[in-house]
Design a protein around this ligand. Structure first.
Ligand code: UGY
Ligand code: MN
Length: 246
């Protein structure tokens, strides 16, 4: 990308956005003193959640979001501790946590760290119990094959029951693997390319994408991905889930 000529792969459309790292813009964020915050997805573009990167120097603190907001944290680099009441979890790269709305907590960078953070207003479900704190690591989750050719597999990071109003999955594509069809659905997605590269179809545009790219897919954004290159591709993908659209 030739930045001196004003070029970028970042693109904004009605139902989708691609944000490549060359166009990241840091902003201050209450609750994250001293951290480098880059908001990649936000309600300002039409999303009903926010997704940001937090670059934390060693010793930096991240405080809880506003009341009613749940938070998913994924460690990209470094080590953080997550303190909720008397419980402290150590999170290393590929570890994650879903902190329910209203749960007091603090994130502390034990080393310089880089996090992906997703936040949304929790949608309670009448009759369902309150969600609990979820923590885990990607490789500890079972891998389910999703395509007849065996080239696509998924790991689900959040329990599938109705207490939870969202899903976060890691989709893993062997070279040449693809989504089996062009999806169109009412749920939206926040996506981060973790490894590899490929072509993402979003609405009527096809984009080359690679590790570090963020994608927002709004409701009904036609979507398809095909993995390219000699090594597997992986992405982390959020969706609102388990709730009636009405
Ligand atoms: O779960 C999903 O909707 C997922 N298969 N979508 C996607 O990868 N774009
Ligand atoms: Mn989808």
């Amino acid at each position: 990308m030739r930045r001196q000529f004003g070029e970028t792969r970042s693109a904004m459309a009605r139902r989708h956005a691609l944000i490549s790292a060359d166009s990241h813009e840091a902003t201050p964020m209450p609750g994250w003193p001293g951290s480098r915050i880059v908001v990649a997805i936000s309600p300002q573009m039409g999303a009903q959640f926010s997704q940001f990167f937090a670059g934390m120097p060693e010793g930096a603190i991240g405080r809880a979001p506003a009341d009613g907001v749940e938070r998913f944290v994924f460690v990209l680099e470094g080590v953080v501790s997550l303190q909720t009441g008397a419980r402290t979890e150590r999170l290393e790269p590929e570890a994650y946590a879903l902190v329910p709305a209203g749960m007091a907590h603090e994130i502390r960078a034990e080393t310089a760290a880089r996090l992906l953070v997703l936040e949304k207003r929790f949608v309670p479900l009448a009759g369902a119990a309150d969600p609990e704190l979820v923590t885990g690591t990607v490789d500890a989750q079972p891998q389910r094959v999703m395509s007849e050719d065996g080239l696509l597999a998924v790991r689900k990071l959040i329990p599938a029951d109705e207490r939870f109003d969202c899903e976060v999955n890691v989709m893993e594509f062997q070279p040449g693997g693809s989504l089996p069809y062009v999806e169109t659905h009412f749920v939206e997605h926040g996506l981060l390319m973790l490894d590899g590269s490929g072509i993402y179809r979003l609405e009527d545009a096809w984009y080359p994408v690679a590790e570090g790219d963020t994608i927002w897919m709004g409701p009904y954004c036609p979507q398809w991905f095909g993995a390219l290159g000699a090594t597997p591709s992986r992405y982390l993908i959020y969706k609102n889930w388990n709730r009636d659209p009405l």
